[in-house]
Design a protein around this ligand. Structure first.
Ligand SMILES: C[S@@+](CC[C@H](N)C(=O)[O-])C[C@H]1O[C@@H](n2cnc3c(N)ncnc32)[C@H](O)[C@@H]1O
Length: 218
């Protein structure tokens, strides 16, 4: 159950991206993403907020110690699929319309938060990061798996050029975001950060991928 009024950011329809992700998501699962999902939620317990759950591919991986997942998703077609996935999930999952920038949960009400391939797409990443910090208990944790800004100046230039068009065809995805820095500035300090080797099928501008765990700071 939610703690607050519904998020003012409710529906953000994007039929093109929903069509793409329904097809791309399952293919990536078979190319290694499923294992990354399992890693991302391993060992979680209690109440979990998942932001931008898409069609709910993460739900099957939550371990039994999770009491409840609250998943927000602004795209209505993906959300309808996530609701179906929630019915098959091994733990209770509530799927809600909403955005990471305005979570329908009380302060310090979650043991964990999960962000997988979503902070590239949110409209206001700093606000989203602050919201994730707000809903986490002080002893909670954020698990994240994101693609981020390239390490080299050449890679960053390529990403910045591409970001003129890429968000329009990729569901708002930006390739050049310094997501780990954004999380740290919002009070979520990564204590585990791994750079991932990614399949050659992933478009080069959306590399590197990182995964990690961040702890809330007071
Ligand atoms: C690449 S998909 C990833 C979906 C899912 N996290 C997964 O791992 O399969 C990005 C998702 O972010 C969602 N999204 C876009 N803007 C958002 C926002 N402001 N808040 C929450 N989710 C958002 C999209 O609708 C889409 O479902």
């Amino acid at each position: 159950m939610t703690d607050l009024a519904p998020s003012p950011c409710h529906d953000r329809p994007d039929a093109w991206f929903a069509w793409i992700w329904q097809r791309l998501g399952p293919r990536l699962e078979h190319r290694g993403l499923a294992a990354h999902r399992a890693w991302t939620v391993a060992g979680l317990h209690g109440r979990v907020i998942e932001v931008g759950c898409g069609d709910g591919l993460m739900f099957a991986h939550y371990p039994p110690a999770v009491d409840e997942v609250v998943a927000v998703e602004p795209e209505p077609r993906l959300r309808a699929l996530a609701e179906q996935a929630a019915r098959r999930a091994p733990v209770p999952v509530t799927v809600l319309p909403g955005c990471a920038e305005s979570l329908p949960l009380a302060d310090a009400s979650c043991d964990a938060a999960v962000a997988m391939l979503v902070l590239c797409s949110v409209a206001e990443p700093r606000t989203a990061a602050r919201e994730l910090r707000r809903v986490l208990r002080d002893d909670g944790e954020l698990r994240f798996h994101e693609h981020v800004r390239a390490a080299t100046p050449l890679g960053q230039r390529l990403q910045r050029s591409l970001d003129v068009v890429w968000p329009h065809i990729g569901g708002g995805c930006h390739t050049a975001r310094p997501t780990v820095t954004t999380l740290a500035e919002a009070g979520l300090t990564p204590w585990l950060l791994e750079r991932l080797p990614v399949s050659s099928r992933v478009p080069a501008p959306t590399l590197p991928w990182v995964r990690g765990v961040a702890a809330p700071r007071a």
